[in-house]
Design a protein around this ligand. Sequence first.
Ligand SMILES: *Cc1c(COP(=O)(O)O)cnc(C)c1O
Length: 390
Amino acid sequence: MGIDFAKELKTLEDHALLREFRTIEGSQGTYIQINGNSYLSFCSNNYLGLANHPKIKQATIDTINQYGWGTGASRLVSGNMTLHQKLEKKIAEFKCTEAALLFPTGYMANLGAISTIVSKGDIVIGDKLNHASIVDGCRQSGAMFRIYPHNSVNQLESLLQKSSIYRRRLVVTDSLFSMDGDTAPLPEIVNIAKRYDAIIMIDDAHATGVFGKYGKGMIEHYGLEGKIDIIMGSLSKAIGSIGGFIAGSKCLIDLLKNKARPFIYTTALPPAACAASLAGLNLIQEDTSLIDKLWKNINFLRSRLSEFTNNISVQSPIISIIVGSSDDTLNLSAKLYEDGILIPAIRPPTVPTGTSRLRVSLMATHSEDDIDRLIAVLKNVGFLTHKNKL
Ligand SMILES: *Cc1c(COP(=O)(O)O)cnc(C)c1O
């Protein structure tokens, strides 16, 4: 049997599912350079524009001068440095928990936490639209893995009712869904999980730095401080840096240090990356204007879209414009690109078949003119037509 990688790639291409890189030539901002041209970007998780913020750049430069770049070892061997400790303390404070643990990425945080907390003999119950890193953690854990329809609190309860034979029960959900931009009904989910004595874990990757006056995420938004057993987050989105974390009780964190393989068997994050995260967290707490500006933009886009359609829901900086087929979505994305706007097509397996979409993400650094331009281009390609003309 020959190696038929080419055939597999061709199949992807035939189904409009082949993915390819675009290369960003300059830095990450609202305008980005590709092939020497400037594009208005509506597809970055850099919601507050911190990835290229002067204060954050300076913090990393100062840290490199003092501590160098690399860490040379995993945390438990000799890679644990002052800035890891400082950042973990800061994250615990920020998320109102006893302790926190850094992972090199959010993906690894989900993988490590879930596969440590549950194993064979346990059950993990999650939302159908949970992020891939949660799904991978659930699969890897060896625990029974059940899903409920998106945001269906009733179905969650019925699964919990039927799960009393398991040793540990873990309920896990995205707090802000990454491909749909809608939020989980957390207060209800927390109540139900508590009623059935289940452990509750949320993935706050997209809500961190976005929801709550001080950007503490969905716990602040819903006033759930201290009520969630395990909070996962990413420093790579609104915080503009790199890294993932788990925040929770001291016992949970000590257990992860001892058992989470994606924590133990990998090199510690560079101290400069921790400094960037610390600077980002300090910045959003000292000055809430960036978060305010982001929400101003969200509200502005909502009001502009409402002139055309009631079918696009705007609840967060992630706005999902469902197109349907992968082909149509690719074509629409290509047309926007010709008009200088970058919004890649999101296709299966990232989203369910038949729900290919443009996923718009807003940033605090977009201007109202930028958002008007997006609307104009969507109109220009025939995607938006005024309601009264329909
Ligand atoms: C991006 C993302 C992750 C992974 O975080 P990284 O730090 O990028 O690895 C986990 N969960 C959700 C919901 C995400 O959107």
